[in-house]
Design a protein around this ligand. Structure first.
Ligand code: FMN
Length: 187
């Protein structure tokens, strides 16, 4: 069974980003994936603020990422970028934490004005951690129904966009697995 790690990077306790990512988690379960869900604000704040690389909670995150076949990383747009709390976790990961892993970036913004935050903030850091970004997906607040945790996405075509991007991630994971198997058979 393939493993996917979801990293949810909003500090808000009623986060739209988190709501969509929990929905994504349920979709992945239905597709037979094992999912580990990392909510950054649930990590010990002092580990993040004091950059405790060796803390048990941070080591556990590193281990989950290491064992993942694919990653989904989500953040709201804060000041045209991803959030500071997410950065405080990413700073504690090994420099090649995402090496060769397919990574789906996801962002939610107050408006479409910062649509390119995915390209200019999230994708560069995925690349820095040696991951392979898929196209990614950006939603505006108005598309997310905070009262409907079963399916918080208001418009069918947006849900379809999400499903398409998820499938892209799944295809990338399967391709990567096939290549690794082939490489091992050649050794
Ligand atoms: C501190 C802060 C900064 C924000 N900066 C931006 C921004 O630069 N561009 C934008 O489109 N939305 C911005 N927003 C709006 C959020 O991205 C948006 O409301 C998002 O849905 C919040 O996600 P969350 O509910 O998961 O926390 C900002 C919100 C906050 C609280």
């Amino acid at each position: 069974m393939s493993k996917i790690v979801i990293i949810s990077g909003s500090p808000s306790t009623t986060s739209r980003t988190d709501l969509v990512l929990r929905f994504v988690e349920s979709l992945l379960h239905k597709k037979g994936f094992s999912v580990d869900y990392i909510s950054v604000p649930d990590l010990p704040p002092e580990d993040l603020v004091y950059a405790r690389f060796e803390s048990p909670a941070i080591k556990k995150v590193v281990e989950l990422i290491e064992n993942a076949d694919g990653i989904i990383i989500g953040s709201p747009v804060y000041k045209a970028s991803f959030t500071g709390v997410l950065k405080s976790l990413l700073d504690l990961l090994p420099e090649d934490a995402f090496r060769d892993k397919p990574v789906l970036p996801f962002m939610v913004g107050g408006s479409s004005a910062h649509l390119l935050a995915i390209e200019f903030s999230l994708k560069p850091i995925i690349n820095n951690l040696k991951g392979i970004s898929t196209q990614g997906i950006y939603f505006v607040d108005s598309l997310i129904d905070k009262e409907n945790s079963d399916n918080p996405i208001k418009e069918t075509d947006c849900e379809l966009r999400l499903q398409t991007q998820l499938q892209e991630l799944i295809n990338a994971i399967e391709t990567k697995k096939r290549i690794t198997k082939l490489e091992l058979s050649l050794v």
